[in-house]
Ligand binder design. Sequence first.
Ligand code: SAM
Ligand code: SF4
Length: 335
Amino acid sequence: MTDTNLPAQLIDRFGRTVDYLRISITDRCDFRCVYCMSEDMTFLPRAQILSLEEIYILAKAFAELGVKKIRITGGEPLVRKGALELLHNIGRIESLKELVITTNGSQLESMAKDLKQAGVKRINISLDTLDADKFKAITRTGDLQQVLRGIKAAKVQGFERIKINAVILKNRNHLEVNDLVQFAVDNAIDISFIEEMPLGMVSNHDRSGAYYSSDLIKKDLARQFSLMATTESTGGPSKYLNVIGTQTRVGFISPHSANFCSTCNRVRLTVEGQLLLCLGNEHSVDLKQVLREHPGDLPALKQAIINAMQIKPEKHEFNLHEQPIILRHMSVTGG
Ligand code: SAM
Ligand code: SF4
């Protein structure tokens, strides 16, 4: 099949159009969040991970197949050397509507301006607590003040709809949900609460004991805020509520209590070049192999991506009470 015969859209067996790609550009991170990593992680050897050039070629192939939004994530994407240049190059792919990143905020103070110039439209910043000691306990190595300065720097640059991502864990930070929303309101930014997902083995952390549902968070918030349902979407799995009288939206990513698979529009590219068709399943295609076996052959790469849509599963199954069936860490997958 020649390039021009390829469809400009990726559609799976269930009629879902895939127009959103998340790319993990590194499995490394300067933090060790308890729900994401073990304290002593072994990271992948360099030869095993995609080069920046390979990532760019893949981004271009996806964009030519109708992907409109790319999120760069990790690990901590901003600790990878050359990340800015990569973002700059992807930001210039013509058919792409939105280039966004997810970061822990540790590098934002010095990088926010360059990110804006590179063409990054929106930034999601992880922030689970406003208490410096708890922040240290959850991230193991992070510094709350550094992240708060990073959020401020991003605000100064005028990014559209900055969003805080907070993973809520029972008995660790569940009492802080109202303070976190107040922080978002005070800074005129959005916030999403995420239910923990059983991805990868983690040490010294009991996942089932830490489960705190989105419904409980909503009940807690209703004591302090007036929230109104909205049909707005940012093309992700978050369901949003408006905080009445403010610019802030509160999102809920609830893989356990509300299955969002029927409208799934996304796929993920791991740091090793595996195309993951679903976060909660092992179905994947090795695009690094295609790239390295057929260097420069964009049609072959695009055909492999189109074929991959045939194995996108209908939905995910997560069970917090068993050892994870998904052994990948979120940092490899691209959360
Ligand atoms: N390092 C960046 C950061 O923390 O924002 C980007 C990568 S991180 C893997 C992306 C998001 O995944 C973060 O908001 C993090 O809180 C979330 N995350 C990590 N492990 C998770 C898990 N097991 N369950 C739910 N969310 C998780
Ligand atoms: Fe690093 Fe983000 Fe994982 Fe925390 S959640 S360890 S910041 S990749």
